[in-house]
Design a binder for this molecule. Structure first.
Ligand SMILES: *Cc1c(COP(=O)(O)O)cnc(C)c1O
Length: 589
């Protein structure tokens, strides 16, 4: 198998820029810089950082939110028109996904033409809406939080401003609280039974935190007959990021069944169905149904939802309540590279001249494995000694040998792969060799805090795409583990998904300097480090973490007191682009 030459197309694939939500807004220019394209403007991310003297920043590309809203709206509009569906689309934004005022205002502004409404669950969120409401046209609000006097007061204020207010009832307490306000409509929140695959499926099932079981609902309906009249909405939510289309289909079928049952139970005024969120964001757009890579599009979702209800005699209006899909793409975390260190041991070449000869003799996988196993034998015997017995000299030898496997032998195998003397399938089948060939050789120290900037990477081991801002016109030099500024071993990113299955070539791709396996045609390869260029002396490099716009802003933690970052806010006005720098956040280094 020969070695593939590099191109911008390959770089776009390897670094996940082929993404249906972002489109071509993120791209690579002729000289290999990461750029943001908006209308006819092209902005280099590196320039944005350097011109504004920033070593860390959150870049917010607000037109990406507009783009996602439009994509959703158009998908539903097309399906509704094509099928002759009689209900309408009523999108609402679930505020908890990102309730910072800038984003909420962005939803108001870009949502004006679609009458994009809101779904909130707390008093603070309601107060923020009230603050902004007078500047915009009234919307629909679906409230699914706890009901208190202050909450009801805020809801009534919005209603007086012309808003349509629908409140989920979940208990006798809720029903009694809103009985005397006939202007407030009732939403029936029902717990879904199906459990989709994924990190957030605890939202469902009969023990889920939200919603009613059907039995409770029947009991409440008996005690409070008037609720059947006032209920206008069926509300359900399956949890976030449902990446498998088969789960989506099962869930939407359940929603339809519950809707039909409610009509039979006498809830005849229910004319709106809200299946909640769950629409998965393609953190990698491979369409294979893995957690970070949904196997369906927004059009597939719209088609399935509409066709479920198409067969009923009453076509309800549909609420779209996805938030992750709408705001994930807008925020990039950009951090400078402070230092580059060896990942593990390095060796003193002279000590190992003898072993070097053995490396020359490796001609096959089995030669390599035999040498590795002999060296590991020696490593094992050094390790088994007690610490008093381990001299500095022995530690040195231990490090030398580890480094020898990770560098010299690994690179020899890579060379044989390129020469076609070893078949890459042999490496794929051998766990140890695969591990050696996909491990990082460097550790980059970045000006970021995983806990503050991408907390879900620690909380739920969420995958985020990483990309350098420059050097994209050449194959990456090394695989690197990315360490943050916190003194916490969890503050490190060291996995990367290489989408070789999207490559249109027959050749493997190696990193340039440490000769690690970077991509294998036809294979979705899990690497233990991020492919990156090596900075030249005196050059500032930046690394970008993409798609951090959903949930990360509010879940941010203050580990080691590192938090906050300057913001670069990119928006459009007419045909021109506006860039605003907000220097909040602490200096981190
Ligand atoms: C969190 C939440 C959403 C958002 O779901 P995503 O799939 O993350 O977009 C929607 N609706 C309700 C009721 C929620 O609680």
């Amino acid at each position: 198998m020969s070695r593939e030459s590099w191109s911008r197309e390959i770089a776009r694939i390897i670094y996940g820029l082929e993404n249906s939500v972002r489109g071509n807004v993120l791209d690579i220019d002729e000289e290999g810089f990461l750029v943001i394209r908006i209308k006819d403007n092209v902005l280099r991310v590196k320039d944005l950082m350097e011109k504004n003297k920033l070593d860390v920043a959150y870049i917010r590309i607000l037109p990406l939110i507009e783009r996602a809203m439009e994509t959703v709206y158009e998908a539903f509009k097309t399906v509704i028109e094509l099928t002759g569906y009689k209900g309408t689309l009523n999108p609402v934004y679930p505020m908890k996904v990102n309730p910072i005022p800038l984003i909420v205002e962005c939803i108001f502004k870009y949502g004006e033409k679609y009458k994009w409404g809101f779904n909130t669950g707390s008093l603070s969120e309601l107060l923020l809406l009230l603050n902004l409401a007078e500047k915009y046209t009234p919307r629909t609000l679906i409230y699914d939080g706890v009901l208190t006097e202050k909450v009801i007061e805020a809801l009534l204020k919005l209603h007086r401003l012309g808003w349509r207010i629908i409140i989920d009832i979940e208990s006798e307490h809720d029903i009694e609280a809103i009985e005397k306000y006939p202007e407030l409509e009732i939403g029936i929140r029902v717990k879904p039974i199906i459990k989709p695959q994924g990190k957030w499926s605890t939202a469902t099932g009969l023990s889920g935190k939200f919603g009613l079981t059907i039995n409770t609902l029947i009991k409440l309906r008996e005690d409070f007959k008037w609720i059947t009249e006032r209920a206008t909405l069926l509300h359900m939510h399956p949890g976030s990021q449902i990446s498998r289309f088969s789960d989506v289909k099962k869930y939407l079928r359940e929603v339809k069944e519950v809707f039909s049952e409610l009509l039979e139970l006498g809830f005849e005024n229910i004319s709106m169905v809200d299946p909640g969120g769950g629409v998965a964001y393609p953190y990698i757009d491979l369409r294979d149904g893995d957690e970070e890579s949904p196997d369906y599009s927004i059009v597939d979702y719209a088609k399935t939802l509409v066709s479920e209800f198409l067969g009923l005699s009453k076509h309800p209006d549909i609420v779209f309540e996805g938030g992750r899909y709408i705001v994930s793409s807008h925020r990039l975390v950009v951090a400078s590279v402070i230092d580059v260190r060896p990942y593990s041991a390095i060796h003193n070449k002279e000590n190992l001249n003898v072993l070097q000869e053995y490396v020359e003799k490796i001609k096959s996988i089995s030669d390599a494995k035999e040498l590795i196993s002999r060296i590991r034998g020696i490593l094992g015997s050094i390790k088994s000694k007690s610490s008093e017995e381990t001299s500095v000299r022995q530690r040195e030898l231990y490090e030398d040998l580890v480094a020898f496997i990770e560098n010299d032998i690994a690179q020899k195998i890579s060379a044989l792969l390129v020469e076609g003397k070893i078949d890459v399938r042999e490496v794929l089948e051998d766990q140890l060799l695969l591990k050696i060939l996909t491990s990082p050789s460097r550790r980059y120290i970045l000006n970021m805090s995983i806990f503050a900037d991408i907390p879900d990477a620690v909380l739920v081991d969420q995958y985020f795409q990483v990309i350098p801002v420059q050097g994209l016109n050449k194959p990456p030099d090394v695989l690197a583990s990315l360490a943050d500024l916190t003194c916490d071993s969890m503050g490190e990113i060291s996995h990367y998904i290489s989408p070789g299955n999207l490559l249109n070539t027959n050749s493997i791709i190696l990193t340039n300097v440490d000769l690690r396996l970077l991509a294998i045609p036809g294979v979705k390869l899990k690497l233990r480090g991020v492919p990156l260029p090596l900075p030249l002396k005196g050059e500032t490099h930046y690394i970008v973490v993409l798609d951090t716009g959903a949930y990360q802003d509010t879940l941010a933690m203050r580990h080691n007191l590192i938090y906050g970052a300057p913001e670069v806010i990119i928006d459009t006005s007419g045909d021109s682009v506006s860039i605003k720098i907000i220097r909040n956040g602490e200096s981190r280094t």
